[in-house]
Write a protein that binds this ligand. Structure first.
Ligand code: UFG
Length: 328
């Protein structure tokens, strides 16, 4: 049996694919390189280049491998960009997922682990956010993922597919096997801060310091990518054992502000990291901190790497050794 991983050349998909490979599983990666580079395809997987909504390609993959489940990562992930260009997000995240799910069902694949996001919740009514929290995304990115969750919920009831929707908070760090965070273009806080430490960027811009948070900057729950990977192994096993569909938060339960991240990076890297406050980025909720109690109960999962120091140090290790990311 093989596991199909869409977006498996990406940061989280690639890390998860490597975890399955090192457990001895057969992994098939499907990626169109719209946001990644061929160099980041995990070694040891079967690879297909293409879009995840390409029905003919999915049928071909299912003919050539016996697919037990699909782990669906392929998506655009920039909240700020989604406000400027919502069509891109509804098309690439929601419509493409619909196409993929249809093709999977045609091929008899009925188990799906879906990469969802904390962005489905929007501005928190209470913290930490549990799975029952109201879902009112503040940006089209979050909406595009929420719509996809709704499709899965409906298909689960009507067609008998089973899924685990995993709502990641802010993924970070590297898995220590040469895989790290490298987006094109880069928009995420920790890589940008570390690129500033390296002198690749002159300064880091703080997007707003007038939020209702202790230091005025946005607070996020940073979760180490290796902890996300262990949750995916557990979610896959959960579905394979016949358990019902489920939606779960994956976070570490602590919130860190943008200023705390920059300060920690100064300490870890020993570089000054100049920072300048500019206006808010549209679509950013002020605070996103998870309760992952449900994932603990259902999957027996708990994050192991919880201090900001540890997460930034792990990201720094990769950035130091890969100043050009997966590029030349
Ligand atoms: N930020 C800055 N300056 C920058 C980049 C980011 O101040 O140059 C701030 C943002 O405004 C935000 C925080 O740093 O407050 C984190 O921003 P990121 O872009 O790193 O991450 P997001 O919180 O916007 O989104 C990420 C993922 C989403 C996921 C979400 C869940 O990109 O896929 O975390 O919390 F849904």
């Amino acid at each position: 049996m093989a596991i199909l991983v869409t977006g498996g050349a990406g940061y989280i998909g690639g890390t998860v694919a490597r975890s399955f490979l090192s457990r001895g599983e057969e992994v098939v990666v499907l990626d169109d390189f719209s946001k990644s580079l061929p160099a980041s395809v995990p070694e040891g997987c079967a690879f297909y280049e293409g879009r995840s909504d390409n029905g003919e390609l999915i049928a071909k993959i299912a003919k050539e491998h016996e697919i037990s489940a699909c782990l669906h990562f392929a998506a655009f992930i920039e909240a700020g960009e989604s406000v400027k260009d919502p069509y891109k997000y509804f098309y690439n995240n929601t419509a493409s997922s619909l196409g993929l799910f249809h093709a999977l069902m045609d091929a008899g694949v009925k188990k799906i682990v879906f990469s969802s996001t904390a962005a489905v919740y929007g501005e928190p009514k209470y913290t930490p956010i549990d799975e029952e929290h109201p879902k009112n995304p503040t940006n089209p990115y979050g909406l595009s993922k929420l719509f996809t969750e709704k499709i899965l919920e409906t298909f689960s009831a009507s067609y008998g597919i089973r899924y685990a929707a995993l709502r990641y908070f802010n993924a970070c760090g590297s898995d220590g096997t040469g895989n790290g965070e490298d987006h094109h273009p880069e928009t995420h806080l920790i890589p940008l801060v570390l690129q500033t430490a390296q002198g690749i960027r002159k300064q880091i811009f703080i997007f707003g310091d007038d939020y209702p948070t202790p230091d005025g900057t946005c607070v996020r729950d940073y979760i180490h990518v290796s902890d996300l990977a262990s949750a995916h192994l557990a979610a896959y096993d959960y579905l394979m054992s016949g358990s019902p569909s489920v939606s779960l938060n994956l976070g570490n339960g602590s919130g860190f502000s943008v200023k705390e991240v920059i300060e920690t990076a100064r300490k870890i890297t020993g570089h000054p990291i100049p920072a300048e406050t500019v206006q808010r980025r549209p679509g950013d909720p002020s605070v996103l901190v998870a309760s992952s109690e449900k994932a603990g109960k259902i999957l027996g999962w708990k994050p192991e790497r919880r201090s900001l120091d540890e997460m930034v140090a792990s990201a720094w290790e990769w950035h130091k050794n890969n100043p050009n990311g997966y590029g030349a």
